[in-house]
Design a protein around this ligand. Sequence first.
Ligand SMILES: NC(=O)c1ccc[n+]([C@@H]2O[C@H](COP(=O)([O-])OP(=O)(O)OC[C@H]3O[C@@H](n4cnc5c(N)ncnc54)[C@H](O)[C@@H]3O)[C@@H](O)[C@H]2O)c1
Length: 294
Amino acid sequence: MKFLVTGGRGFIGSHFVEKCLNEGHKVVDIDSMTYAANINLPFDSDKNYQHLKQDICKVKHLPPCDILVNFAAESHVDNSIIEPDVFAQTNIIGTQNLLNLVRGKTYNKPLFVHISTDEVYGDIYNGSFTEDSKITPSNPYSASKASAEMVLLAYARTYNITYQICRSSNNYGARQYPEKLIPKIIECLDDNKPVPIHGDGSYIRDWTYVKDNIDGIYKTCFTDKVNQVWNISSNNCLSNLEVLEKVSKWVGKKPKINFIENRHGQDMRYSISSDKIRKELGWNPQYQTLYNFL
Ligand SMILES: NC(=O)c1ccc[n+]([C@@H]2O[C@H](COP(=O)([O-])OP(=O)(O)OC[C@H]3O[C@@H](n4cnc5c(N)ncnc54)[C@H](O)[C@@H]3O)[C@@H](O)[C@H]2O)c1
């Protein structure tokens, strides 16, 4: 298969590219190399991998492909609160530009796999959101991701584009930019610095190992059940303080904490049900048990 991946130099996208190459597919990767991109990756010299340094908002031509997987995004909530326009630009307009290029293809339109997030649901105090739950984003990042989904749904119906939407929970694993909680904790522990924790640290996130997430995304690329939303989560809900405790134990250091001003619009608890992808596509978080420091 020919995959066109966007954002394949970022955290999750790079693991997905690696999987596609390992499975024998060809990958063209459109990534503009923002601050979050990885400069060097293990697959750089793979003959089946090609990187195009282009912005998804401006790219004018899509190379031929069977499946387009759109990871490219501004992905950090704190940044979206300071500078929301950049998020609207990449996450909404960038997705729309890709869809315009796909709709322009008169035959063999690729499957459009859109990488969204559990944050589109907003927070939930008890229980878990399912794919049918209402979307109520709480911050400019999650609003831009929810908006991109709406644009995709409208284009799919109007221009007959086949799609999948993957909403995964918080990911952890190698190559994540250190602005995110777990690499930030590790960086601070290594440097013997206090770890910044928003508010009182009681906010709950649902943690999934990155290779489990990309296995779920990969499954959605090869099923007849298309035009669907898929939640992907290991159902591993932990407060930020619990994450700090577990990661510190794993690193083998006692953390110092710097409680910082709470994030505006802070979501209290995320939790999604992944029953659908488990039952219908046979997905299971395989790696979580192997790399289970959380
Ligand atoms: N990290 C998580 O826990 C998480 C959870 C759920 C969903 N997601 C979603 O998964 C996707 C990937 O997240 P991530 O954590 O790997 O992000 P990341 O910030 O690590 O990587 C994003 C990549 O996209 C590229 N990019 C950004 N803007 C671009 C543009 N305009 N044109 C081309 N390339 C551009 C960057 O250079 C970078 O390589 C995002 O869509 C994000 O919303 C992430």
